[in-house]
Design a protein around this ligand. Structure first.
Ligand SMILES: NC(=O)c1ccc[n+]([C@@H]2O[C@H](COP(=O)([O-])OP(=O)(O)OC[C@H]3O[C@@H](n4cnc5c(N)ncnc54)[C@H](OP(=O)(O)O)[C@@H]3O)[C@@H](O)[C@H]2O)c1
Length: 182
């Protein structure tokens, strides 16, 4: 089984994934991006399951649309005791430490994980559990908001394997973690 943890996320130029209220309106700065293929669907085809933070789950629930994911979704939370009735069968709670959660998902046959949500990605990065990061940068300075990255105990090096410029406005970088053998 391939075991890989991947991120596919959009940030502002100053590295925020949402404003301070959790709104992601900045993603529509250049709405024409929604008309083109920015690689999201082919990314989704290559993952087995999605592991998202509780706040990202709540954001998706608030979209007021049909459940958008075809792949199994797991929500990481220390405060949710159960998944709301409406989402049962689509979403499962994932409790425990990150290694415990990854082991649980692997036992279910899910080795290639899409990790979503700022705090969640940060906790995976703190444990050096992220292997690939696809970051799409919308060139707007928000000045404040929810950051993609946070403090780390030690630095993590990535190689940029691919860069794509969309509409001469939006850049997408595909980073792969480099782990040197000692
Ligand atoms: N720009 C984009 O592409 C993009 C993508 C995704 C999300 N977003 C936005 O990002 C915002 C959410 O990000 P966020 O950083 O606020 O939160 P988040 O990562 O979605 O959720 C944080 C919550 O997840 C749980 N969690 C995370 N790591 C955990 C760990 N290691 N162990 C246990 N629980 C853990 C905790 O839930 P409990 O508090 O319940 O314990 C924590 O409060 C939303 O506004 C969403 O719209 C933007």
């Amino acid at each position: 089984m391939e075991k890989v943890n991947k991120v596919f996320i959009a940030t502002s130029l100053d590295g925020y994934i949402a404003d301070l209220d959790g709104k992601i309106d900045f993603l529509d700065t250049f709405p024409e991006i929604n008309q083109i293929d920015s690689g999201y669907h082919s990314f989704l085809e290559k993952i087995d399951a999605i592991l998202m933070g509780r706040k990202t789950f709540e954001t998706v629930c608030g979209f007021g649309i049909d459940w958008p994911y075809k792949k199994p979704v797991f929500v990481i939370s220390n405060t949710l005791s159960e998944i709301p009735e409406k989402y049962k069968g689509k979403v499962e709670l994932a409790n425990g430490t990150l290694p415990e959660i990854m082991a649980l998902l692997q036992r279910k046959g899910f080795g290639r994980l899409y990790i979503d949500g700022g705090k969640t990605i940060q906790s995976f990065l703190q444990a050096d559990f992220i292997d690939e990061l696809v970051v799409t940068v919308v060139p707007i300075l928000l000045g404040k908001g929810i950051p993609l990255f946070g403090p780390l105990e030690s630095s993590l090096t990535f190689e940029c394997k691919k860069t794509t410029l969309f509409l001469e406005k939006i850049v997408q970088n595909h980073f792969v973690r480099v782990r040197t053998q000692h």
